[in-house]
Design a protein around this ligand. Structure first.
Ligand code: NAI
Length: 327
């Protein structure tokens, strides 16, 4: 089938081209993000392949359908950026990649934690400048600390195993707990009260939007460290900044940001950053930010391309769509 990929980077081109080697799909890679203005670029294609910062609202979906698209293939696990009701009304099936490498994301969360608590980001910059002093670099052991995981799906469960391996006590909260020897389920209240580090692994839904707001932070242990590799809007960023300024939060390790669309994945190094909230976050010595790269491993990219193209092949053959997302 003819597939157009929006927001496509070199690594997407490489992984999709490799996965398509034994298939006969025709791939077009566009750097542009999918918007109402770029939707007409779908003309001549049957499948549109979008990523997390392509905003597939009713207007965009109408545009792609008018351009001839018959299938929306998300090369992400999250689908909070798609108006599923509108897609259903337009008769557009939506498929996603429910699992590609939970290890990629969980390991990135742990990499962020270690970087932050051992101040590796600051040490690296210092040493490169010829400054070999240790003042200000005192960290703490993860061993013996209590980690609170909110969300124990595929990624949260891998994170639990890794943190347990460090000798942490792992507390967990999930709407649908699944028994696991590496963790103990507790109420959200108890998790907030006991955790030294809190890591978010729930999807973004109306129920989890700003789950971590000013009131939630007040219920946490003073000095707690927040880790977010889920979705930016799980945290009320302004409330987090206020708590960081007061020293109420001990630090934040973030791979996602609620206003990341249009910023993350772009090289803006030659421009003046227009987002004042992100700019403030970047000034804290105890905040570390990566631009939504937790998924970015060779293994994950290969799995994303493989699952996406398998879904397209199934659609072409009229076979059931195993990874279809329903309203
Ligand atoms: P999953 O679907 O396996 O697990 C999600 C868990 O959250 C489930 O156990 C579910 O019961 C729980 N949950 C849902 N709503 C809840 C609520 N209101 N309160 C408490 N628990 C709730 O998902 P997976 O694969 O573990 O991914 C988690 C999230 O990580 C994704 O939804 C996505 O937003 C994010 N993600 C981020 C990536 C990155 O590159 N930074 C890459 C992949 C996923």
């Amino acid at each position: 089938m003819k597939i157009v990929l929006f927001d496509a980077h070199r690594y997407d081109r490489d992984s999709f081209t490799a996965a398509n080697r034994d298939r006969a799909h025709v791939l077009a890679f566009l750097e542009a993000r999918l918007t109402a203005a770029t939707a007409p670029l779908c003309a001549g294609h049957e499948v549109v392949c979008a990523f997390v910062n392509d905003h597939l609202d009713a207007e965009v979906l109408t545009g792609v359908q008018r351009a001839g698209i018959r299938l929306v293939a998300l090369r992400s696990a999250g689908f909070n950026h798609v108006d599923l009701a509108a897609a259903a009304r337009l008769g557009l099936p939506v498929v996603r990649v429910p699992e590609y490498s939970p290890f990629a994301v969980a390991e990135h969360a742990v990499a962020l934690v270690l970087t932050l608590v051992r101040k590796i980001h600051r040490a690296h910059a210092r040493v490169r400048e010829g400054n070999f002093s240790l003042d200000g670099l005192v960290g703490f052991d993860l061993h013996g600390k209590t980690v609170g995981l909110i969300g124990t799906g595929k990624i949260g469960r891998v994170a639990a195993t890794i943190f347990a391996g460090f000798g942490c006590t792992v507390l967990a909260y999930d709407k649908f707990p699944t028994p696991n020897p590496a963790l103990s389920y507790v109420s959200l209240e108890e998790l907030y009260a006991r955790a030294d580090l809190i890591s978010l692994h729930v999807p973004l839904t109306p129920a989890t939007h700003h789950l971590i707001d000013a009131a939630a932070i007040e219920r946490m242990k003073p000095g707690v460290i927040l880790i977010n590799t889920g979705r930016g809007a799980l945290i009320d960023t302004r409330a987090m900044i206020g708590a960081l300024k007061r020293g109420r939060l001990g630090g934040a390790a973030l791979d996602v940001y609620e206003e990341e669309e249009g910023i993350f994945f772009e090289d803006l190094s030659g421009q003046v950053l227009q987002d004042d909230v992100l700019a403030r976050l970047l000034t804290f010595p105890n905040v570390i930010i990566t631009s939504h790269q937790a998924f970015l491993t060779r293994e994950a990219l290969a799995a994303i391309a493989e699952t996406t193209l398998a879904s397209v092949t199934a659609f072409e053959r009229g076979a059931p769509l195993a990874h279809q997302v329903h309203v």
